[in-house]
Design a protein around this ligand. Structure first.
Ligand code: SAH
Length: 243
């Protein structure tokens, strides 16, 4: 039995942004586990079993992957971007906490290009100084925690990258986020809305906080808020390296 489990990031969309290490793991795999649209990115081939599953079943998915690896299969759990950023790697370790027998398995986490970095690179260098990343989804944390972190990060003058900014089920959350930013930051603060980065639907838009509207974001958008020194240079946005 020489099963293993790899938790891999597929990057933001473009196949050229998948690392060779991840491509090699997929080539050796017997099973691919993940959310439906991410598994759909893996080409079918004889001997490879695809296990697509719906969103919000992360822990079941992680246990299933661990079980198959324990049975000797070579399993790749796929996430978009990086698997450690609001994705499956933590779910696998959460499943491992309850399963001491599985803790001896051959498990590796392979990094990927996270959406925040792909979006930042497209617009210039908005994350060139200190920054933080905040998941705006309140599926797994109370909304009050999001508001506190957001307000304190703005007060500390971090640039900020928002994942899962505006879901169809809770669109008012992002409206509230813009209100808090307006309380804490000047109206000239630059915000980039980067949608579907590195895919054919890619669209980038940089506006001031005064111009920002909730409809500019959806679940395929990264929102990158500059710090107080973030500025435009030509068609680019960058944050100086000095505070
Ligand atoms: N593990 C992923 C993030 C999962 S959370 C990563 O590291 O990128 C899903 C959120 O990521 C989306 O709601 C969106 O905010 C962002 N995202 C993922 N792919 C994106 C892309 N190609 N362009 C813009 N944002 C993206």
């Amino acid at each position: 039995m020489s099963g293993w489990l790899v938790i891999a990031g597929l990057g933001p969309g473009d196949e050229a942004l998948v690392t060779p290490e991840v491509t090699n793991a997929v080539a050796e795999a017997t099973d691919i586990v993940g959310y439906i649209p991410y598994v759909a990115r893996i080409p079918a081939r004889p001997g490879l079993v695809l296990h697509p599953s719906d969103n919000r079943v992360e822990l079941d998915r992680a246990r299933h992957a661990l079980q198959m690896a324990a049975e000797g299969r070579r399993v790749v759990v796929v996430s978009s971007g990086d698997p450690g950023v609001f994705a499956m790697a933590s779910a696998v370790f959460e499943a491992l906490e309850d399963a001491p027998l599985w803790q001896e398995l051959d498990i590796r986490v392979l990094p990927g290009i996270t959406a925040m970095l792909a979006a930042a690179a497209r617009s210039g260098a908005p994350l060139g100084h200190d920054f933080c990343a905040i998941n705006l989804s309140d599926n797994l944390k109370p909304w009050a925690v999001i508001e506190t972190r957001l307000r304190l990060a703005a007060q500390a003058d971090f640039a900020m990258a928002f994942y899962n900014p505006r879901s169809a089920s809770r669109p008012e959350g992002f409206t509230r986020v813009l209100e808090i930013l307006r309380e804490e930051c000047a109206p000239e603060r630059l915000i980039t809305f980067a949608r579907a980065v590195s895919t054919p639907e890619e669209r980038l838009q940089t506006v001031t906080l005064a111009e920002a509207r909730p409809e500019m974001a959806d679940m395929r958008t990264m929102v990158v808020v500059g710090n107080s020194a973030t500025r435009r240079v030509g068609r680019w946005v960058y944050t100086p390296r000095r505070a």
